[in-house]
Design a protein around this ligand. Sequence first.
Ligand SMILES: NC(=O)c1ccc[n+]([C@@H]2O[C@H](COP(=O)([O-])OP(=O)(O)OC[C@H]3O[C@@H](n4cnc5c(N)ncnc54)[C@H](O)[C@@H]3O)[C@@H](O)[C@H]2O)c1
Length: 351
Amino acid sequence: MSTVKAGIIGFGYMGNFHLRRTREIQEIQIVAAHDIQEEKLMNARQEGLRAYDRLEDFLSDEEIALVFICTPNNVHASLSIACLNAGKHVMCEKPVTMNVPELEQVIAAAKKANRLFTCHQNRRWDTDFLMVKQAVDSGVIGHVTSLQNRVYGQRGVCFGWRADPKAGGGMLYDWGIHLIDQCLCLFEGRRVESVYARLQSILTPAVDDSFELQMGFDNGVCAKVQVGTFCLQDLPRWFVYGDRGTLKIDDFTGKTGGMARIRGNVQGFDSVFGKNIGPSRTMAPLKPEYLETLPLPHAESDPCAYHRNLAAAVRGEETLYVSFDDMRRDMTIVDLAFESSRKNEVIKTRV
Ligand SMILES: NC(=O)c1ccc[n+]([C@@H]2O[C@H](COP(=O)([O-])OP(=O)(O)OC[C@H]3O[C@@H](n4cnc5c(N)ncnc54)[C@H](O)[C@@H]3O)[C@@H](O)[C@H]2O)c1
């Protein structure tokens, strides 16, 4: 098996992440980096990489077959096209571009150059997501009817270029794209029929530091994505309703939460009486004997799976995990979410 030689554009947080991750596997070796900051180039040299301050010199390095683009979001498209035109395969960080028209230009460049182009939708390999996927696919809580997929932090203020709208800042691009991609992966083969979003700027004025987004699928599922940077109480990472039970996962570790379902074929469940449960009793707790408490779904994540697939695709041995169509669907939902929030309307679609 030959090792794919690669370079990194943007040697900040994610550039370093890809360097470390590829050092865990044989299939990819990072040999060079390009950045516009001298400090980052020094870091690259300390890591034993060839460091280029000029993009043209980086692109002329013939040893580089694959480029990891890890810059702020607004230059993803132009850098991807430059790399593809130079004959390199490209893996671009999320969000792959700023919008669908930009993405189509990059896809056209990839097709013309006959080179691979994909995006780092790595949260498909998160343990918590794999647990939810397992619950959805197995039907352990029945047919899933709705879910909440959320990430809330406390700091409030978006940091660095993430607070700059020109750089592609804001939480819809930052976290939204991951959670949207996860929701689309949960219901493979299904289409999104409607999108409604409300973007807000609570403590970072220029960008959305908080948003809610609702996707209606053609199988009736309502998937809600919620992201906020200023939340001082814990909410579960996932809440999944099925027609036979409910799943809750507290955080990214997937270690705590709960899953329960109705036992056997019980119908018309009786409630526990004697409590102050209101006149309709609809919201009353069930008799404990009707309930089956289950262990949380089990999932094992392979943190190197994405990079191994990337290398195998460059060698022509595997299909990329994140396809053109996957990227188109993710970016279409992002575009529609911005439109929905601007117009305060539900946008009908078929994505
Ligand atoms: N997949 C994930 O889990 C994940 C996590 C964090 C960030 N990201 C994505 O990775 C990208 C980078 O984020 P980060 O947190 O590493 O940012 P960062 O600020 O830590 O690093 C960005 C680097 O890009 C460099 N840069 C800026 N413009 C450039 C240009 N035109 N040419 C070359 N270099 C340039 C900067 O000097 C900096 O070193 C973003 O697109 C972000 O959305 C993905």
